[in-house]
Design a protein around this ligand. Structure first.
Ligand SMILES: O=C(O)[C@H](CS(=O)(=O)O)OP(=O)(O)O
Ligand SMILES: [Mg+2]
Length: 241
């Protein structure tokens, strides 16, 4: 079993035969996980605002439009990119069309993978378990963690979450007595997480994106997104839809 990490969506290579876990802690994959956990029928990630608006027309007003540009809600959209907006009472049975600066691009960049799962701190153990099951039943036996990063740059929040998921994968694999092979970056992300696991917020306060969200008044989002293993829902991206 191989475990590899890509630091940004632009660094992703061919993932054929691999199981990808896309991570955008702040905030797209935390939003997707929360929306589905709270009863959304599906979340459709699209890279551009125009694509989101065109798709909403096809749904004839029966889908919610969500997302951000510059971290704030897009004019005319129903929801921004705060997971706290994606509440049970709004989500029940609804389709959500989502476009964000980094996360939805990272999902598209992972489309060559055999399976594409959505991960974040909220569902870290659950996504590791599901990825392991998929990877062990595929030929390549490889899990590729794709960090969205922020606007093309490496982002600490995604790397720390990748480290937690790598740690969870390693522990699961060791239980099965098969030694995992970690790429250099998978090893480094795991060490980063293990060193800072007792105060992740202090670590992530060094991230540029943390500072941006804090300045915009989104501290509650950050606290929410840093909770570990509070959701057991694992979104699976279906590229055929
Ligand atoms: O809203 C967010 O958290 C970011 C926006 S940006 O990176 O500050 O432009 O989007 P995401 O795609 O969820 O990283
Ligand atoms: Mg992000």
């Amino acid at each position: 079993m191989q475990i590899e990490v890509y630091p940004t969506c632009d660094s992703v290579k061919d993932l054929s035969g691999k199981t990808a876990i896309v991570i955008d802690v702040l905030r797209a994959t935390s939003v997707i996980t929360t929306a589905l956990f709270n009863g959304a029928e599906r979340v459709i990630p699209v890279p551009s605002v125009d694509e989101a608006l065109n798709l909403a027309r096809e749904f004839k007003g029966n889908a919610l439009l969500g997302g951000e540009r510059g971290a704030v809600k897009i004019p005319g959209f129903d929801l921004g990119n705060s997971p706290l907006e994606y509440k049970k009472e709004l989500m029940a049975g609804k389709a959500v069309i989502l476009t964000t600066s980094n996360g939805t691009r990272a999902i598209k960049a992972s489309e060559s993978a055999e399976h594409i799962l959505i991960g974040c701190f909220l569902n870290a153990s659950a996504v590791a378990e599901k990825a392991l099951r998929f990877a062990l039943s595929s030929e390549t036996s490889c899990v590729a963690l794709v960090c969205a990063g922020t606007l093309g740059e490496f982002s600490l929040d995604d790397a720390a979450c990748a480290g937690l998921i790598v740690d969870s994968l390693v522990r699961n694999i060791e239980r099965k007595k098969e030694p995992p092979e970690l790429s250099d970056l998978a090893f480094a992300c795991r060490e980063l997480y293990l060193k800072h696991q007792d105060d992740l917020k202090a670590l992530i306060s060094h991230a540029a994106h943390y500072k941006k969200l804090l300045n915009l008044g989104f501290e509650r989002d950050i606290d929410y997104c840093l909770q570990q293993d509070v959701i057991d829902c694992v979104p699976v991206y279906d590229k055929k839809l």
